[in-house]
Write a protein that binds this ligand. Structure first.
Ligand code: S6P
Ligand code: ZN
Length: 187
């Protein structure tokens, strides 16, 4: 493939699209097996329409060494047995930093290094920094779609098995009484 030439990206009016645009990834509930605490509630949601939980729209920059790919993730609002809808979460096999920029809605960036968990509150205009070696998951804690831009090294890669094996340290739940965000130990 020819080298990528300099180009500018224009956000779509609703901040959900990139122009020019590369690949679009759709993650449904069935793609999130083993991630929600309540496996029965997850299975019911899969059987009951298997809703789209999030989409990832990428720029045309490929995930190869020395390039700097970008993508916009849109997580729909939703709850599975009280747990806010979220991304699968991953580690970068080649540990490298990454930045997220909040674009719309209200979310959180959950970070876990295998021992310590951190929560960054994300809203439009907030940049969240993911240091090398921290697994990361995004969560929609609001009532509207949560959107953010991610910029990451093209050689970083994605390890989803690490999160299935180690968890993310914390889970983001909606408190039954107050409706507020409740961060509870992973279980
Ligand atoms: C890539 C970056 C994001 C996520 C996206 C979906 O390094 O962190 O673009 O890929 O938010 O999350 P996940 O965990 O399904 O890849
Ligand atoms: Zn990442």
């Amino acid at each position: 493939t020819p080298p990528i030439q300099p180009f500018a990206i224009t956000f779509g009016a609703d901040n959900a699209t990139l122009e020019p645009q590369g690949q679009v990834l759709t993650r449904r509930m069935s793609d999130l097996e083993g991630l929600f605490a309540d496996a029965d509630a997850w299975a019911r949601a899969v059987a009951d329409g298997d809703p789209v939980v999030y989409t990832v729209v990428s720029s045309p920059v490929p995930e190869v060494p020395r390039e700097l790919p970008q993508s916009i993730t849109t997580i729909q609002p939703g709850l599975t047995a009280g747990e806010f809808w979220m991304t699968k979460g991953h580690q970068h096999p080649d540990p490298q930093g990454e930045i997220y920029l909040g674009l719309a809605g209200h979310g959180g960036l959950l970070l876990f290094d295998g021992e310590r968990a951190e929560w960054l509150d994300m809203s439009p205009g907030v940049i969240g920094y993911i240091p090398p070696g921290w697994a990361h998951r995004s969560v929609n804690v609001g009532d509207e779609p949560y959107k953010f831009l991610a910029v990451y090294p093209g050689s970083a890669g994605h390890d989803y098995g690490w999160v299935l094996e180690h968890g993310m340290g914390l889970r983001a739940r909606r408190a039954a009484d107050s409706g507020d965000l409740d961060l509870v130990p992973f279980g």
